[in-house]
Design a protein around this ligand. Structure first.
Ligand code: NAP
Length: 363
């Protein structure tokens, strides 16, 4: 059936799990998705990753959450309907959707394919839609999205392993590209070996870099070296190890989800080295900026949001070519609240992904 005919029908019935308050506890929730427009695709969701940001949004850590809140922005699904103007997808294709589903399309950031920096960027969930309703994320059975905000999903990647690339993957890939931290032989530090961090190690190794993981958890050492291929491992509270690595790194990707000192990390950088902050511990509290450590060696500190849509597609293709996917623990929807609790304690290797298609049931 043509999408234009479908548009006159009522909205799609949808089902997912939502939190109704800042306890963040998820439970079954019925809602509606908009009808498929000319530029839209409808996806039957297969898998959705659980990002640390979902935890923060569920519990309203940043004071911006809207309830009911259906989280989820690492979404892989199968296209079930395409609008009449859709050109990237056909029914049956696999598609991925990440952290955003809209932007103005006209500002300089949008013109530069950096939609994530558009002042009108719409995140995948917990924002108001133009009709005043709240939008809902990927912990649900179907999604309707403008095709511009969906990417083609490489055939060779598993949908469960590939789902976290839609947020964790692009969030580390984008600053590595932008800040020139992709050159073979360069030395990259990755701070925090969680969802984002372990994917950063994989991308950096695929770029041919030397990688050092800087972690609070000695227990992650063997896996970092043997399974992820990191070249070395530093325990961040071991001052001897940190001292021995002073001035050795070209760049550092910092994915830590909690407040932490920046000085010891800046001191690991070579002259002109770059510390890129990706974690979002507490956006209300100012972070101490150790200026003197930056002066000595003309070092740079910056931060980065997730990348734009063109770069997200590029990242997916790079991941497909190098067979990069996340290491995941696949769970059923019934176990989602336990998984969120475990994520809060750092007890996951390295990403929970919900098997939506096989475990989300209205019964
Ligand atoms: P995650 O899987 O929970 O990993 C975070 C890692 O941070 C942990 O594995 C741990 O690594 C380290 N860590 C946790 N608590 C710590 C503490 N108290 N002190 C020092 N290190 C600690 O989280 P994620 O999904 O990778 O997300 C990481 C951060 O990025 C979150 O704040 C998230 O909201 C943010 N994020 C930002 C963007 C963006 O656009 N910039 C996009 C997505 C996510 P070790 O055990 O190795 O120390």
């Amino acid at each position: 059936m043509e999408a234009s005919q479908e548009k006159v029908q009522s909205d799609h019935k949808a089902f997912g799990w939502a939190a109704t308050d800042s306890s963040g506890l998820l439970s079954p929730f019925h809602f509606a998705r908009r009808s498929n427009g000319d530029d839209d695709i409808t996806m039957r969701i297969l898998y959705c990753g659980i990002c640390h940001t979902d935890l923060g949004m569920l519990r309203n850590h940043h004071g911006i959450s809207l309830y009911p809140l259906v989280p989820g922005h690492e979404i892989v699904g199968v296209v079930t309907q395409v609008g009449s103007k859709v050109h990237k997808f056909k029914v049956g294709d696999k598609a991925g959707v990440g952290t955003m589903i809209g932007s103005c399309g006209a500002c300089q950031n949008c013109q530069d394919d950096l939609e994530s920096y558009c002042p009108s960027m719409t995140t995948t969930y917990t924002m108001f839609s133009p009709d005043g309703s709240i939008n809902y994320g990927g912990f649900s059975d179907i999604l309707v999205v403008n095709e511009h905000f969906a990417v083609r999903f490489p055939d060779n990647l598993s949908p469960e392993g590939g789902a976290p690339l839609l947020c964790a993957g692009i969030t580390v890939y984008s600053p590595m590209k932008h800040f020139g931290l992709t050159q073979p032989g360069m030395h990259l530090g990755v701070v925090g070996l969680g969802g984002l961090g372990h994917v950063a190690v994989k991308f950096a190794k695929a770029f041919g870099m030397k990688v050092t993981v800087i972690s609070t958890s000695l227990t992650k050492k063997n896996a970092a070296l043997a399974e992820l291929g990191a070249d070395s491992f530093l325990v961040s509270h071991d001052s001897e190890q940190m001292q021995a690595a002073l001035g050795t790194m070209d760049g550092i990707i910092d994915t830590v989800s909690a407040p932490h000192a920046l000085k010891p990390l800046i001191e690991l950088l070579k002259r002109d080295g770059k510390l890129i902050m990706l974690g979002a511990p507490d956006m209300e509290k100012p972070t101490d900026l150790p200026l003197y450590s930056l002066f000595v060696g003309r070092k740079v500190i910056s931060a980065s949001l997730t990348g734009g849509m063109r770069e997200t597609q590029e990242m997916m293709e790079f991941a497909g070519k190098h067979n990069i996917s996340a290491d995941v623990e696949v769970i059923s929807m019934a176990d989602v609240n336990t998984a969120i609790e475990r994520l809060a304690k750092g007890d996951v290797k390295y990403r929970f992904v919900i098997d939506i298609a096989n475990s989300l049931s209205t019964n």
